[in-house]
Design a protein around this ligand. Structure first.
Ligand SMILES: NC(=O)c1ccc[n+]([C@@H]2O[C@H](COP(=O)([O-])OP(=O)(O)OC[C@H]3O[C@@H](n4cnc5c(N)ncnc54)[C@H](O)[C@@H]3O)[C@@H](O)[C@H]2O)c1
Length: 404
């Protein structure tokens, strides 16, 4: 039998190759991204592809390489992959939604302290040769009130660390989130803005959040409060932020994300926020640490190995999610059109081949169904052929052997 092959592009942390090799994949790693034709050529015989944000996995790539079974996005976003086309082709896609959470939280904590102490201005002055030793406008964060907008993975972890440093924490979220520690929920954004001394945004990138924070919200903030955005650039009106920093209403800000970010390393950066006092600008590096890269490598490679080894689709971004625990003589997973009667036909075929179903789970997502089935003995080739031949079958995965 051919060796199962995995291809990792874009300098993915070596831990991913180690894990995929341990899962039985012959794994090749390439430093850069590939354009469409080079990608299609490189995917010859490849079952698992790992990419970061630059490689585009289009519907055309998927059509030209039907042997591809899974794509790992070793990053947070999955816009670079045509998820719908991948689902229709039965290609599972996984990403790493949590691996850099801690990195973002640590940067937010650092920036809250740096802004409260006005260290940016002290640093700039000293580099320019001016000794500016003063306590004026410089504060401890202990006892001060932090308002977190968006209490998801990042917001809630920030809440815990900020309290450990002695801050009082308020949060506002569209959903009814569990308040951690002594954090206090606000019923409205306005309430949070009127009470917090530092406001930090950690909302997700849903379209409705465009322009969430503008002149009205900045003027609702308490005078001389601090502002951070490490979420998405389009959430904040930067002209309004500039006006409120220049007027002194906002005493300092840290911004890591921008509406139009340069595409390439070294590209020019333009922003109305450049050169403002007590304003930290960083090039979308909140989640960029070696630890996060390592964790992304471990997390996504683990999901790909679980998919290949057990048919598990937990946290897949485009397929129904299923995990069947326990072991049996053999297992197959059938990705199929979500229409009535498929499971009954599958079980009838298994029975006709003298096998018993030991365990089975099904989940559906839109037009797709995904069923993982454990059976009592090895899978006869004619059963596999019959399952493949079902009109509803999108892809049959025989676990532990080559997916096709
Ligand atoms: N700067 C970086 O490098 C970096 C790294 C990782 C993540 N991020 C960004 O950080 C943000 C948060 O990430 P996460 O993993 O915590 O996401 P998440 O999905 O776990 O949490 C987002 C939370 O925001 C809430 N929310 C959405 N819109 C809201 C609104 N208008 N008002 C109040 N609450 C709202 C949601 O209900 C959810 O609880 C995302 O936008 C993500 O893209 C940035």
């Amino acid at each position: 039998m051919d060796r199962r092959r995995a291809l990792l592009l874009e300098n993915i942390d070596p831990v991913a190759a180690e894990l995929l090799r341990a899962a039985g994949y012959e794994t090749e790693s390439v430093r850069g991204a590939l354009d469409e034709d080079d990608l299609v050529a490189a995917l010859d015989g490849v079952e698992v592809l790992g990419i970061r944000s630059k490689t585009q996995v289009t519907a055309d790539v998927l059509r030209r390489r039907p042997g591809l079974a899974a794509v790992g996005a070793f990053c947070i976003g999955t816009n670079q992959i045509d998820l719908r086309a991948a689902a229709e082709a039965g290609v599972a896609v996984f990403n790493a939604p949590y691996s850099n959470t801690r990195s973002v939280v640590e940067m937010a904590i650092a920036e809250i302290i740096i802004l409260a102490r006005r260290l940016v201005d002290r640093d700039r002055a000293l580099h320019a040769g001016t000794w500016d030793k003063s306590a004026s406008g410089s504060h401890e964060i202990r006892g001060r009130t932090l308002g977190i907008v968006g209490y998801g993975n990042i917001g809630s972890q920030l809440s815990v660390l900020a309290e450990a440093l002695g801050m009082r924490v308020l949060f506002y979220d569209l959903e009814d989130k569990l308040a951690l520690g002594n954090a206090e929920r606000c019923d409205t954004l306005e309430e949070l803005l009127e009470r917090a001394e530092t406001v930090t945004l950690h909302v997700d990138g849903r379209a409705g959040n465009a322009g969430l924070f503008g002149a009205e919200q900045f003027s609702r903030m308490r005078r001389r409060s601090l502002f951070l955005n490490l979420s998405r650039g389009f959430v904040v009106d930067h002209e309004a932020l500039r006006d409120h920093v220049l007027s002194g209403h906002v005493a300092g800000a840290a911004v890591d994300v921008f509406p139009d970010e340069p595409r390439e390393q070294g590209d020019a950066f333009t922003s109305v926020l450049r050169g403002l006092p007590n304003v930290i600008l960083t090039p979308h590096v909140g989640g960029s640490t070696q630890e996060a890269q390592h964790d992304i490598g471990r997390f996504v490679a683990g999901k790909l190995a679980d998919y290949a080894g057990a048919g598990t689709t937990t946290l897949s971004v485009n397929l129904p999610t299923v995990a069947l625990h326990g072991s049996s003589a053999a297992r197959f997973a059938l990705l199929h059109r979500n229409v009535p009667g498929v499971l009954a036909r599958v079980d009838a075929l298994v029975g006709e081949h003298g096998l018993n179903v030991d365990g089975q789970v099904l989940a559906t997502r839109g037009e797709l169904g995904y069923a993982v089935t454990d059976v009592s003995a090895a899978l006869p080739p004619d059963l596999l052929a019959a399952l493949r031949a079902l009109p509803e079958t999108v892809r049959l995965i025989t676990v532990g052997t080559r997916a096709d």
